[in-house]
Design a protein around this ligand. Structure first.
Ligand SMILES: *[C@@H]1O[C@H](CO)[C@@H](O)[C@H](O)[C@H]1NC(C)=O
Ligand SMILES: *[C@@H]1O[C@H](CO)[C@@H](O)[C@H](O)[C@H]1NC(C)=O
Ligand SMILES: *[C@@H]1O[C@H](CO)[C@@H](O)[C@H](O)[C@H]1NC(C)=O
Length: 461
């Protein structure tokens, strides 16, 4: 059979499975054979047969007589691309050189010393039908996960190369870099004094992608990556600041383990300092993202945020932000903090409580957010976001205003600008709802906004 030219081989057969397996096969061949057209030497792990990467060749596809077959000896010798070896040889990948090496296998050694030559056990050719059968058999084996002992007469048993493809694939897994290895390499490169800023930026980009996985983010911490990201926040290059904050924010998102580690490593102070001193809008945006991810569902961090003057930093940021994007993010963050605390205390009303819930309620009770909001002037700041022209920004502002109303009502009532804005906005959105209804649309986004305004006005009466 022509496994040798496997890359032009798949289309001959209709079976998708055959095709897919052969694609893998080609892939393996190109890795082990270093992208050469070498014969596919299918290999199998030896058990305790020497080095970790040592493999025994059990079948060798030889054909057309133009193959350069290497005769192995008792010493390891390097295989050149395109060279094949007799069945039973030991082949290993030298990970230092990336080259394949061959020597006599155990069986061969035995035969060799006994002046025997192993008879060539090569199955000359298989029809497409037989091949399909073999593939089916492999698939069944994979499904059953069993080592079938009754294959002696089946096509599959004769068709050793494909049978061993399974093991070969498992081998391949070992050659593929795992996320942990990748992260280790990236962090070492990032930490190396030789790396340029451009290289560091691209490393951060890769890390940001990886830490979306919960495990990877935790690995980042255990490898000391958190500290490196915090140093990145301190960098004098704003691009490094921005990307480091991005990695941090993504690692912290919905990852309690990382959130705790970050607070323990003093991330909150570094983030707040960066937020207070950053010049570039881009940096502020990403650092704010990291702060929000750190505080989310983490009352302990929220308490420290408040006691470290977090609301003060945010109010400066709010006042300085003309565009409204940062304002909206800040207001959303405050809204999230208020509502998650409320949700926790409300859950107590109708759920059977466990100890952890009580603990959570206890921790949230120490977050005196509402009082701080009043004290730091947020009852007057948040209404300013209504001046934005973006519907989305206004909606966020209205939700926050409602959430803050328990402590802010008195101030709202005496805020003539807010009263005026609400009247104008209500008219505007009511009009939009009506023109939408003419078009046959109901329950639109705009009617939601009208409801929010109504709810706020009712409270303010
Ligand atoms: C930095 O680069 C020099 C050569 O440019 C090399 O000798 C040295 O080992 C490198 N250091 C690190 C930490 O990679
Ligand atoms: C970064 O390098 C310093 C020494 O240059 C070393 O002390 C530190 O452990 C390294 N950090 C990481 C995360 O590799
Ligand atoms: C960042 O810089 C501040 C002062 O410049 C310093 O106190 C802090 O330790 C630095 N943090 C890190 C993680 O390097």
């Amino acid at each position: 059979m022509r496994l040798m030219s496997c890359c032009g081989f798949g289309a001959t057969f209709s079976s998708m499975l055959v095709f897919l397996l052969l694609i893998n096969f080609c892939h393996i061949a190109s890795i082990l054979g270093q992208k050469s057209d070498s014969a596919l030497t299918v290999v199998e792990s030896t058990e305790g047969g020497g080095g970790d990467e040592e493999e025994e060749v059990t079948v060798d596809e030889e054909e057309e007589g133009d193959l350069d077959v290497v005769q192995p000896t008792e010493e390891w010798q390097t295989l050149k691309p395109g060279q094949a070896v007799p069945a039973g040889s030991h082949v290993r990948m030298n990970l230092q050189t990336g080259q394949r090496e061959v020597r006599l296998g155990e069986e061969q050694l035995k035969y060799w010393t006994q002046e025997h030559r192993e008879p060539e056990e090569i199955e000359a050719s298989f029809s497409p039908e037989e091949l399909k059968q073999a593939m089916k058999k492999i698939k069944e084996d994979l499904n059953a996960g069993s080592k079938d002992t009754e294959q002696k007469d089946s096509v599959a048993s004769k068709f050793r190369p494909l049978e061993e493809l399974k093991r070969d694939m498992a081998q391949l897994d070992l050659l593929v870099e795992t996320d942990v290895q990748i992260m280790k390499r990236l962090l070492e490169q990032f930490n190396s004094s030789n790396s340029t800023t451009e290289q560091r930026l691209s490393i951060l980009l890769e890390l940001e992608y990886l830490v979306h996985q919960v495990d990877n983010a935790q690995t980042l911490c255990s490898m000391g990556g958190l500290q490196l990201m915090l140093q990145g926040l301190n960098s004098s290059d704003f691009r490094l600041q921005e990307s480091s904050a991005f990695v941090l924010g993504s690692a912290l998102s919905s990852n309690p383990v990382v959130q705790v580690k970050a607070v323990e490593s003093g991330a909150l102070q570094t983030l707040l300092t960066t937020l207070a001193t950053a010049q570039q809008h881009r940096v502020k945006k990403k650092v704010l993202f990291a702060v929000a991810s750190l505080l989310r569902h983490f009352p302990y961090a929220q308490r420290h945020f408040l006691s470290h003057g977090g609301l003060q930093v945010l109010s400066e940021l709010f006042r300085a932000d003309g565009g409204g994007i940062l304002r909206t993010r800040i207001v959303t963050m405050l809204y999230d903090m208020i509502s998650e605390k409320e949700l926790i205390s409300q859950a107590g009303l109708d759920l059977v409580l466990d100890a952890s819930h009580e603990e959570r309620v206890r921790q949230y009770s120490k977050v005196s957010l509402q009082g701080e909001l009043l004290e730091k002037g947020w009852c007057g700041l948040v209404p300013q976001l209504l001046e934005s022209t973006e519907h989305d920004f206004r909606e966020k502002a209205l939700r926050a205003l409602l959430a803050m109303s328990p402590v802010c009502l008195d101030q709202y009532r005496s805020d003539s600008a807010l009263l005026g804005s609400l009247l104008i906005l209500r008219d505007q959105y009511q009009e939009m709802v009506q023109s939408e209804m003419i078009l046959g649309e109901e329950n639109s986004y705009f009617s939601e906004i009208v409801e929010l305004i109504d709810a706020l006005q009712v409270k303010m009466k």
